[in-house]
Ligand binder design. Structure first.
Ligand SMILES: Cc1cc2nc3c(=O)[nH]c(=O)nc-3n(C[C@H](O)[C@H](O)[C@H](O)COP(=O)(O)OP(=O)(O)OC[C@H]3O[C@@H](n4cnc5c(N)ncnc54)[C@H](O)[C@@H]3O)c2cc1C
Length: 508
């Protein structure tokens, strides 16, 4: 622990607003799902297919989910020369001795079944000439095991299909646009939520359980591959209601995000192009890293090159890649006016994936009864300190299903809504995003992190507290004052609740 005492306590990420009345009638459901990305849609459909009445609350249109933008695919041991054990070994190796092995086992064993479920639901994955699933290779995977749809349009195809099913499902009521602002609790249980609807009204939803599927928080960092709404809203809701968060210091930086001025900065060039032969070149035109090494290694190697040369970007040479295999990347580059056949693309790391989140078990249960978290908002410990490419969509479906089944079996909610405290989620300002990039980026030092403890955004302060607590370098980040990995912290996860100091716990 950092030992900075009071300063490192995690604040409650809420501002109290004047008490506003709720709509007179609460909406009643068995399961309330917050978020309509891959995890939320799949959890909602699973619960509804099991007979539960579902309220699906989504703040934004589909194109603003990270799921919509997912380019690579879903990792699943489906090839004849593959097995869940091999997938698990790759996941554990990438996670830098910090993966929760039980979560890894669940993911790798159940992911093939979820791919087959998605096919049954109507998702058409890319096939080879013989009609078998075409399996791609990505960094850190020892086998071809990445399932794609429409080349690099996997997320778009899946969310389109699942949202169409949710929209017409007789047991799913969709509240959109509606932002969950507060969780409702009674006698130590989460029994629902308050959502602010389009016209500003505050609607209570009472349910057996609430499943948070609100995505990650990478857009709290200045340079990011994520949509702007990915600011950890679910984490803020959970910690304010009394649930614990875990591993917030583990932010993954994607190595190859376009480095441009203007709105296309951060556009992600999938790892799959490196799987197909694209190379990374430094300022002298030389290769400097194994392009298929796990993400943390590649990102840190690029960061070293940038520090050494003072440049803003390295080059991604895609001249040998068949762009027809990546039609939406080709289209996006065409729109921006970049021709990867003629010159290497300027790329640099950007905040990409939240390995931490709401601390949750193998059924998605948080530390607050009645509250579940799935997808990128959750932290089961599966990814440890470095997520393996394409394991996150797999996680959305594997743990989305498990949480949906568990939540639907929880006890019924009370008849009347408990009183709501009247709270408002705070939006991060640009200075907060710049400060997180500067002080909690790939390289961190304790002075910068202490400065971050005074940031106006409460979640930034919680992140600073957990970053300070982990006095070592592991996976995605390097501490300049502690450049080595501390074996005493192998398998240890950082837990933090509102008003408490971060503590470590071993998860198996
Ligand atoms: C560019 C890019 C490419 C990627 N490629 C891949 C890949 O190829 N393979 C892979 O496995 N992973 C990939 N990832 C990661 C993966 O896409 C995400 O981890 C995953 O899609 C997260 O899904 P989710 O359902 O948890 O969250 P999201 O898809 O982000 O959805 C979050 C939902 O929550 C809603 N929401 C948030 N706050 C509130 C609130 N307060 N009230 C109501 N609703 C709220 C949002 O509106 C949204 O509907 C990629 C990510 C990015 C950004």
């Amino acid at each position: 622990m950092d030992g900075s005492g009071e300063a490192a306590r995690a604040p409650v990420p809420y501002r109290r607003s004047a008490m506003e009345p709720l709509e007179p009638e609460p909406l009643r459901a068995d399961v309330a799902v917050v978020g309509a990305g891959a995890a939320g849609l799949y959890a909602a459909l699973t619960a509804a297919d099991e007979g539960a009445r579902v309220a699906l609350v989504s703040r934004s249109p589909l194109a603003q989910t990270a799921s919509f933008w997912a380019q690579g695919g879903i990792a699943a041991a489906l090839a004849e020369d593959d097995a869940p054990e091999l997938h698990a070994a790759d996941t554990v190796a990438a996670a830098r001795d910090a993966a929760r092995e039980s979560a890894v086992r669940v993911l790798c064993e159940e992911s093939p079944g979820r791919v087959r479920d998605l096919e049954r639901l109507g998702v058409r994955f890319d096939a080879d000439r013989r009609g078998n699933l075409a399996l791609g290779l990505e960094g850190g995977h020892s086998r071809r095991r990445i399932v794609h749809a429409g080349g690099a349009a996997t997320g778009r195809r899946i969310t389109r299909e699942l949202s169409a099913l949710a929209a017409v499902h007789g047991r799913i009521e969709v509240l959109e646009p509606a932002a969950a602002e507060e969780l409702l609790c009674q006698e130590g249980r989460c029994v629902g939520l308050v959502a602010r609807r389009r016209g500003g009204e505050r609607q209570a939803v009472l349910a057996r359980a609430v499943i948070l599927a609100t995505g990650g928080m990478a857009a709290l960092w200045e340079r990011t591959t994520n949509p702007r709404g990915a600011v950890g809203a679910g984490l803020s809701l959970a910690v304010a209601a009394g649930a614990e968060l875990a591993d917030l210091e583990f932010m993954q930086f994607h190595p190859t995000a376009l480095r441009l001025d203007g709105p296309h900065d951060g556009f992600l060039i999938t790892e799959a192009v490196r799987g197909e032969g694209a190379t990374l070149l430094n300022a002298d035109g030389d290769r400097f890293v194994d392009e298929l090494a796990p993400r943390d290694q590649v990102a840190l190697a690029i960061d070293d090159e940038l520090a050494r040369t003072g440049k803003r970007a390295v080059g991604l040479d895609m001249s040998m890649v068949d762009l027809e295999r990546f039609p939406n990347i080709a289209a996006a580059l065409g729109e921006i006016g970049l021709d990867p056949g003629r010159e290497p693309l300027p790329v640099a790391p950007a905040a990409h994936y939240t390995m931490g989140g709401v601390a949750s078990g193998l059924e998605g249960r948080s530390s607050l009864p009645g509250l579940y978290a799935v997808g990128e908002s959750a932290c089961t410990g599966l990814h440890g300190a470095n997520r393996l490419a394409s394991n996150s969509l797999a996680e959305c479906f594997v743990f989305g299903r498990r949480a949906a089944l568990a939540a639907a079996a929880d006890p019924p909610p009370p008849r009347d809504a408990p009183s709501a405290a009247g709270r408002e989620l705070e939006a991060p300002g640009e200075p907060t995003r710049a400060a997180l990039w500067r002080h909690a980026g790939l390289r961190r030092d304790p002075d910068g992190l202490r400065e971050l403890l005074a940031d106006p955004h409460p979640l930034a302060r919680v992140i600073a507290a957990t970053c300070l607590a982990r006095e070592e370098s592991r996976g995605a980040h390097q501490r300049t004052d502690a450049p080595e990995t501390d074996p005493a912290l192998d398998g240890m996860h950082t837990l933090v609740g509102a008003g408490a100091e971060p503590r470590f716990e071993r998860w198996t």
